[in-house]
Design a protein around this ligand. Structure first.
Ligand code: PNS
Length: 168
């Protein structure tokens, strides 16, 4: 039987949610080591800076001993290969996630056939949880505390208040 060594779990994590953490924890139970790859994604606008996203991810993954958090830029498959990963882990919430992820998985496989994209179904508790919805609801004063770790809820409220102050 082959061992399952290193998996790469990529995302923007802007911010990380319980949905992300659920997938990371499930991957950590299967793989020897999981690298959470925080994408720099210069083409996207983020609420949190790369350093903030890394800091928050490291804090909330601290109790998972075989999980580390790294940033990456450029192609996902190159970052995964460089990190020594054999698999890329993606969480699926609803069927429409597959229509978005499927073409990327095919493309990534054509670029790097030695790396498999593996999809995991997370807990049904989080099927509707996304970073975008969390930011939207929180910006309108909604309670997001059951969808993100406490530190994320706190950082999000502070960040949004900072933004509101800056806008006058
Ligand atoms: O959390 P997100 O924003 O859905 O994560 C998307 C991410 C970072 C996984 C995706 O944008 C990505 O793979 N970026 C790296 C650039 C890349 O490899 N692009 C080609 C994909 S076929």
């Amino acid at each position: 039987m082959k061992a399952c060594p290193v998996a790469f779990c990529p995302g923007s994590f802007d911010p990380i949610t319980h949905g992300h953490l659920d997938i990371i924890a499930r991957a950590a139970a299967v793989f020897g080591h999981v690298i959470v790859g925080v994408a720099e994604s210069a083409e996207k606008t983020h609420l949190f800076s790369l350093d903030e996203r890394l800091e928050i991810c490291r804090e909330v993954c601290a109790d998972l001993p075989n999980v580390s958090v790294e940033s990456f830029s450029g192609l996902l498959v190159q970052a995964a290969k460089q990190a020594g990963a054999r698999a890329i882990i993606k969480g699926l919430r609803q069927s429409f996630d597959l229509s978005h992820e499927g073409p990327m998985a095919y493309m990534n496989h054509s670029l790097e056939p030695d790396i498999e994209t593996m999809f995991m179904l997370g807990s049904s508790d989080y099927t509707y949880v996304s970073s975008s919805l969390i930011k939207w609801v929180c910006s309108m004063g909604g309670d997001i505390s059951s969808h993100v770790p406490a530190v994320v809820a706190q950082r999000l409220r502070e960040k949004l208040a900072e933004g509101a102050r800056a806008q006058g």
